[in-house]
Design a protein around this ligand. Structure first.
Ligand code: ADP
Ligand code: MG
Length: 624
């Protein structure tokens, strides 16, 4: 029995219970090992738990951001040295590090107090390094973490007065015993699981799945990455301190590539998406390393005698990473958290969604919006007043600049000229998450969902980005999913939704931000006639119900004209008509634009002759 990758609601309660279960399993494993194998058993169990703490520290950042970090061993090294200074007696410290500034150490702090200080210092180091790392994503972020590791290693190795440089720093109290390590591992499991289901954790997982869509939903990707980096940096520093107090003596090399490789291997083999993956990965990789170490010196298997093979454990672990990446990229336990049966928690009782603040009834004013891509003017001096509480159509042949206009307004593709205002308030066109928070939501022509989150979580992520608590956001999500007809699919991962549902989920997610304006870029593209009619019915009531102004782009002119009381026509980046549908259909410039491009550009789904008579369609608004 396992919960969805992200667990169903009520998430924090469930996360707590499931973290408890995982912690219980780890504790039981430790107890069993200690009871069955005596000192060796408890020694291995201690190493397991310390490794687990370290891998969880990595996972908090990497699993939720999708960025593999090597830099966390740097926090570990810093934490190990710091805790050594704090816990060693002054007399001992004066012998090993005679030049260490007196205020830095020799306090003989108890372990718990020292770990507290180390956590704060690790967090502080992460705040500074996070200024840079948080700005990056993907491979460049991974490389930045590597750079961070190299810098900290070099500092530790060079600062001889503080660390003894490459000579062993010894005499550190060996206070990380099996009880301490197990307690720490249980605490780490709890913290990691609760963070994962928290508002910040959910928003970061949205960023991981699709940074552009997350920003368009009001989530600040840089801020979310920084929060995770700081939390995981603090955890890694504590894990490093525990490691140091287990070893009793170490050099900066003990916190360099070998350790980073080994911990990243554990995280990837287990699956970095989940805390369960950390537990499984540490167990499997340690078993593999242990087994291969025994074979390293050569062995006899029946008639075959194998010579010693130096480096076998490292090669074996590398092969394991390769196999996992090839055969099960999410890791062996990375898809789902070890879960409790959903029935234990039930669905949350229906509770009313908090009222969204009604958007101010102000127009969206475009003045002279211009966008040039090197050499190509995609938008040329576009001006229009888009009214609140109504649906305005935006049509034009392929390449006319419709999507570029949406990208420019929402800050995704900054304008090269002109400006946009909500009423009298100038919208600073970017960064995208700020435009979303200011009240302009959108959908994408090429659907962008948070694929690994559930349908419901996709919407919750947008609602928490607007400032709601998790429970209020859950209520809003329930309302928006019902509004758009997706309630039965709420617990499905978004990546598994059928096409039409994917388009509708984007709309529900955009509505959850409580927007003043909603820009829909071809929401009916690829839908069959029944789906399109259903969508039209759902959109028609929205402006009256929510006061939201909608800009509707679509190639299906029947669909657009039946819903709008005003249509703006773009061609080659310029507004060529801005009028009621009936006037637009007979406008010579519009006919020319459509007819002129019909032969050369496919696909033009509707030609001018095919523009239906809006008088024959259901309409809610009379042409103005
Ligand atoms: P529409 O949505 O109306 O079909 P687009 O806004 O996608 O049109 O494109 C308008 C024009 O801008 C096209 O000529 C397109 O090739 C160009 N364009 C769009 N995005 C970019 C970009 N990132 N770089 C260069 N040119 C672009
Ligand atoms: Mg487009």
């Amino acid at each position: 029995m396992a919960a969805q990758e992200t667990g169903t609601s009520p998430a924090p309660l469930r996360a707590l219970a499931e973290a408890g279960l995982l912690a219980l399993l780890v504790t039981a494993g430790v107890a069993l090992a200690s009871a069955s194998f005596g000192l060796t058993g408890s020694r291995v169990a201690t190493i397991f738990c310390v490794n687990l703490c370290a891998v969880i520290a990595f996972q908090v950042f990497s699993g939720n951001s999708g960025i593999v970090s090597f830099g966390h061993t740097a926090f570990m090294g810093a934490g190990a040295y710091m805790s050594a200074w704090l816990t060693m007696p002054g007399s001992m410290l004066r012998v090993t590090l005679p030049n260490l500034p007196g205020w830095l150490g020799g306090y003989e702090l108890p372990l718990a107090a020292s770990l507290g200080v180390v956590a704060v210092a690790g967090g502080a180091l992460a705040i500074v390094s996070g200024l840079a790392v948080g700005r990056l994503s993907g491979a460049s972020a991974s490389i930045a973490t590597l750079g961070f590791l190299i810098i900290i290693y070099s500092v530790l190795a060079a600062a001889r007065d503080f660390t003894r440089g490459n000579q062993a720093f010894y005499g550190i109290p060996r206070v990380t015993d099996v009880v301490v390590a197990t307690a720490a591992a249980c605490l780490f499991i709890l913290v990691a699981r609760l963070y994962r289901e928290s508002r910040a954790g959910l928003m970061l997982r949205a960023v991981r799945d699709n940074e552009t869509a997350a920003a368009a939903s009001g989530i600040d990707p840089v801020r979310m990455r920084r929060i995770a980096w700081v939390l995981s940096g603090a955890l890694a520093a504590v894990a490093g301190a525990l490691y140091g107090h287990m070893l009793g003596a170490f050099t900066p090399k003990d916190f360099y590539f070998d350790l980073a490789f080994s911990l990243v291997a554990m995280m990837i083999v287990g699956g970095m998406g989940t805390v369960t993956g950390a537990v499984g990965g540490v167990g499997l990789v340690m078993a593999l390393q242990e087994g291969l170490q025994r074979l390293e010196t050569g062995f006899v298997l029946g008639p075959v005698t194998l010579p010693s093979m130096f480096g076998l454990p490292v090669v074996g672990v590398s092969v394991a990473i390769l196999l996992v990446l090839l055969l099960r990229p999410a890791g062996l336990f990375g898809r789902r958290e070890l879960g409790l049966p959903g029935g234990l928690f039930g669905r949350r009782p229906a509770r009313p969604a908090p009222p969204m603040p009604a958007p101010a009834a102000q127009p969206l004013r475009l003045s002279g919006v211009t966008k040039a891509f090197a050499g190509l003017v995609a938008l040329n001096d576009v001006s229009a007043d888009i009214p609140p509480g109504r649906i305005t159509g935006l049509i034009g042949p392929n390449g006319a600049g419709k999507s570029t206009l949406v990208n420019s307004i929402t800050g995704l593709s900054p304008v090269t000229g002109g400006n946009v205002a909500l009423g009298t308030r100038r919208l600073h066109l970017g960064p995208p998450h700020a435009v979303a928070r200011a009240g302009v939501a959108r959908t994408f022509q090429n659907i962008r969902l948070f694929e690994r989150l559930t349908t419901e979580e996709n919407v919750i992520a947008a609602a928490v980005a607007a400032g709601l608590s998790l429970s209020d956001a859950r209520a809003v999500a329930a309302r928006e999913l019902a509004r758009i007809g997706l309630t039965p699919l709420a617990d499905q991962p978004a990546g598994a939704l059928p096409y039409g549902a994917r388009r509708r989920l984007e709309i529900a997610r955009a509505l959850a931000t409580g927007p003043a304006f909603l820009l829909l870029d071809e929401p009916a593209a690829g839908m069959n006639p029944e789906e399109t009619a259903d969508l039209a019915a759902r959109l028609r009531g929205l402006p009256g119900e929510r006061g939201v102004g909608i800009v509707l782009i679509d190639h299906d002119l029947g669909f657009v004209l039946s819903l709008c009381d005003r249509v703006i026509v773009l061609n080659r980046g310029e507004v060529i008509a801005d009028a009621a549908p009936s006037a637009v259909q007979t406008d010579p410039a519009v006919l020319e634009a459509y007819l002129g491009t019909r032969a050369s550009r496919a696909p033009i789904p509707a030609t001018a002759e095919a523009i239906p008579d809006p008088a024959g369609k259901e309409r809610t608004h009379a042409p103005s």
